[in-house]
Design a protein around this ligand. Structure first.
Ligand code: SAM
Length: 176
C-alpha cells in the first residue's frame, strides 16, 4: 500500500449555518485517514473544535481556515498532487477509484451549497458517490473508505490522552 497524503478542501462554508457540518467533515476526514482540512472561509470555531479533538484523541490532523480555494488548488497541482471533487454529477466512485488509488497526494474537495462551476474543470476527477443527492459527510466517508480499501479503520492516533478499549458491552477507556 503506497503512503498517501489526503487533504480535504471544504468550500462554500457559511459560518452561520455550516459550523456543525464542516466540523463533522473535518472529524470524519481525521477518523478515516485524511491528514488535514483546508477551509475556504474564516471560522475559528471550526478550527478550535477540531484542534480540541486532536488534542484529546491524538494524531496530527490539521485544520487551516481562510484558505483561498483557487490558489490552494493551483499550489496543490503545482506540487504534483491530484484533485478529486466529490459531486453527484461525476463519474461513479467504483468506476474511478482504482485510477485514483495509486496517486500519492490527493486533495478532496467537498462543497456546502452550490459549488462554483470552475471547480469541475480544475479537478482531475469529479467523483460521484452514487448519482443521488446526500451529504458532504457521507460522500467523504465513503470516498476515503474506498480509497483506503477499508484499512483506515485500523488506524492508530499517537499521542492521545484518551483511548477507547473496544468492548463487547459497556464503555471502557484508557487515559484521562
Ligand atoms: N446542491 C448542491 C450542488 O448542486 O452542488 C449540493 C449540496 S450537498 C448538500 C454538499 C456537498 O455534498 C456537495 O458539494 C458534494 O461535495 C457532496 N455530495 C452530495 N451528494 C453527493 C454525491 N452523491 N456524490 C458525491 N458528493 C456528494
Amino acid at each position: 500500500m503506497p503512503a498517501r497524503e489526503v487533504v480535504i478542501l471544504r468550500i462554500g462554508h457559511r459560518p452561520e449555518r455550516d459550523q456543525r457540518v464542516t466540523t463533522h467533515v473535518g472529524l470524519t476526514g481525521r477518523a478515516l485517514g485524511a491528514a488535514g482540512m483546508y477551509l475556504a472561509a474564516s471560522d475559528k470555531g471550526v478550527v478550535r473544535s477540531i484542534a480540541d479533538v486532536v488534542g484529546r484523541w491524538g494524531g496530527d490532523f490539521f485544520c487551516e481556515d481562510n484558505v483561498k480555494w483557487r490558489s490552494c488548488i493551483k499550489e496543490w497541482k503545482a506540487s504534483g498532487g491530484s484533485v478529486v471533487h466529490l459531486t453527484m454529477y461525476g463519474l461513479n466512485l467504483p468506476d474511478v477509484v482504482g485510477e485514483i488509488r495509486p496517486r500519492k497526494k490527493i486533495l478532496v474537495i467537498v462543497g456546502a451549497e452550490k459549488v462554483p462551476g470552475e471547480i469541475y474543470g480544475l479537478s482531475d476527477y469529479n467523483v460521484a458517490v452514487t448519482a443521488q443527492p446526500h451529504s458532504e459527510i457521507s460522500s467523504l466517508a465513503l470516498f476515503l473508505d474506498h480509497l483506503f480499501s477499508g484499512e483506515e479503520l485500523r488506524n492508530e492516533f499517537p499521542g492521545a490522552q484518551i483511548r477507547i478499549v473496544p468492548s463487547k458491552a459497556g464503555k471502557q477507556t484508557e487515559g484521562r
